[in-house]
Ligand binder design. Structure first.
Ligand SMILES: [Zn+2]
Length: 345
């Protein structure tokens, strides 16, 4: 007897504008900036709010944030009450699909708009939790696995169009292209292997995949975080411990040790109440974030992204004597090891 396939509604990602670089930026440098640029600076507290929704629906999403956090990662999540405080704005519009912008692209979304939506009842069955974990995966910077160029999937294109133009998804051709058939550029994908068990993988019924032939009968991810998902998120967002944090001294440069995609973390205790300037020196693409370290949480003060530009990250701001300030430096691209430094003056 043929297995009956229960067709699911799938995540339907919003279109984004491709990033344009100056002609002087090499393709190698561009690739690193694209692959690392969507990830948050490690240590970021991602503040989210619900724009609408019933409590049981919100609770599924809150639990899904906890699932990611419980892995032991260096980013955290906090629910806030106002749009002005929120980076992630969550809606439950069932006329729309389920989707989320990817990583730091979220910061480009106008503050009046959602950055994440849930298009179906999250409490109906376990697929609700799967959906919420998947969309948060996008929010923290992960893309669809089946669109990885390393998946090597050869689609039965007419069958894919026929399947997804019908219920329950009813997608027009351009959405099928964007969500399934188009491959991500190799330089935008971290890692070099396809993980068909990933939470970022879709479920596909039989007859849609031609190659690899093992998946002709379909792809059925278990709907939970896979071993590779956990490894990937922990490698990009490791838990920050105080022993990894370098002390910055006034007017003394500290060598940046992180390679492309890595991060260095510093702490600076202000010796006086006055304005200080933090800057990187050397040819690197970096995102620098400065926050004030307080007892229970860190308060974001300022950030600067110099990626793809012929300038360095530089932040000037007033600090208070005796207080501790964290400087998180995500290196998008460096032409060589230890080729830059950071200095506070
Ligand atoms: Zn998705």
């Amino acid at each position: 007897m043929p297995i009956e396939i229960v067709r699911k509604k799938l995540c339907n990602q919003p279109a984004t504008i491709p990033r344009i670089f100056d002609p002087g930026v090499s393709s190698l440098r561009m690739g690193y900036i694209l692959s690392n640029g969507l990830k948050w600076v490690n240590g970021t507290e991602i503040k989210f709010m619900f724009l609408e929704g019933a409590e049981p629906q919100k609770n599924v999403v809150r639990r899904a944030f906890q699932v990611w956090k419980a892995l032991g990662i260096g980013i955290s999540f906090k629910e806030v009450a106002t749009v002005d405080d929120a980076m992630v704005r969550i809606g439950f519009d069932h006329r729309d699909g389920s989707w989320s912008y990817v990583g730091r692209d979220i910061l480009t979304v106008p503050r009046t708009e959602r950055t994440m939506n849930f298009g179906w009842d999250l409490t109906a069955n376990s697929y609700g939790m799967t959906t919420a974990i998947h969309e948060i995966g996008h929010t923290i910077g992960f893309q669809h696995e089946h669109q990885s160029p390393y998946a090597g999937i050869e689609w039965n294109t007419p069958a894919v169009y026929a399947e997804f133009s019908g219920p329950p998804n009813n997608w027009p051709k351009d959405q099928i292209d964007a969500n399934i058939l188009s491959k991500l550029p190799a330089n935008q994908v971290k890692g070099s292997a396809w993980d068909p068990k990933s939470i970022m993988e879709y479920e596909f019924g039989p007859g849609l995949v031609l190659q690899p032939s093992a998946y002709r009968n379909g792809i059925f991810p278990p709907g939970i975080l896979s071993a590779n998902d956990i490894k990937g998120v922990k490698s990009f967002y490791p838990v920050v411990t105080s022993k990894n944090i370098v002390k910055l001294k006034l007017n003394k440069s500290a060598v940046i040790k992180a390679s492309s995609g890595g991060q260095d973390d510093y702490i600076f205790t202000a010796p006086a109440t006055k304005k200080y300037t933090f800057q990187t020196v050397g040819q690197m693409d970096t995102v620098m974030v400065i926050s004030e370290k307080a007892e229970t949480e860190n308060y974001y003060l300022s950030g600067d992204d110099d990626s793809g530009l012929d300038k360095n990250s530089k932040i000037t701001l007033p600090l208070v004597k005796g207080r501790d300030y964290l400087v998180n430096l995500r290196v998008m691209f460096t032409p060589g090891e230890r080729s830059g430094s950071v200095i506070v003056s």
